[in-house]
Design a protein around this ligand. Structure first.
Ligand code: DLZ
Length: 183
């Protein structure tokens, strides 16, 4: 037997100085909300990220996540430079002036009867990887790609049977902090 899923890190990750963006889709919102909450709670309670340093934005569907992530990362970088130029600061004074250190993109894709699912899954996974590599800001792939409703509920810790499953949002919160601290 082996421990399935991600093993705990041997290092502690202090996120008290980090600024994290969560972008989530509104499709399958009940499940998405559970995943967002899992990511937020883990970053705050396990990694000391300040609640006011977690910015949450929403988009319609998962297909919109890569574009939104790219634009919001760029805006935060431009805004930070502009604000500090105007103030004559060398380093940002307020946390809200700082660019994001990591982004978590959250969506739930559930297979239907057409090919739509396959196209969106492919585009979103490729798109999110590209945003991370192009911007140099870690982008966490918080998108469930499920064959049915029960698979999605299980992966948000909301399973219907006795076994509620595991909330993957918690793992994404930890991954975001770990990647932001990777120097
Ligand atoms: C169109 C569509 C479909 C069929 N299924 C989902 C889904 O399961 N999860 C999701 O997040 N979004 C879905 N969408 C919407 C697309 O992601 C996108 O919002 C639209 O195609 C508009 O670009």
């Amino acid at each position: 037997m082996f421990e399935k899923g991600v093993a705990s890190s041997t290092q502690s990750h202090d996120g008290s100085h980090l600024r994290v963006l969560i972008v989530h889709a509104r499709w399958n919102k009940e499940i998405v909300d559970g995943l967002v909450e899992g990511a937020r709670t883990t970053m705050i309670s396990k990694h000391n990220v300040k609640p006011e340093n977690i910015v949450t934005k929403e988009v319609s569907g998962s297909y919109e996540l890569p574009f939104a992530a790219k634009r919001l990362i760029s805006n935060s970088q431009v805004q930070s430079v502009t604000n500090n130029d105007l103030l004559g600061n060398d380093s940002p004074s307020e946390d809200t002036d700082r660019p994001f250190d990591a982004v978590i993109c959250i969506g739930v894709l559930i297979k239907g009867s057409t090919m739509h699912f396959e196209y969106i899954c492919e585009a979103v996974s490729q798109g999110l990887m590209r945003v991370g590599l192009d911007t140099g800001v870690p982008v966490i792939f918080g998108v469930l790609t499920c064959l049915n409703d029960e698979q999605a509920l299980q992966r948000a810790g909301m399973g219907k049977g006795g076994d509620k499953g595991h909330n993957h949002g918690e793992d994404w919160g930890t991954a975001a902090v770990e990647m932001a601290l990777l120097k």
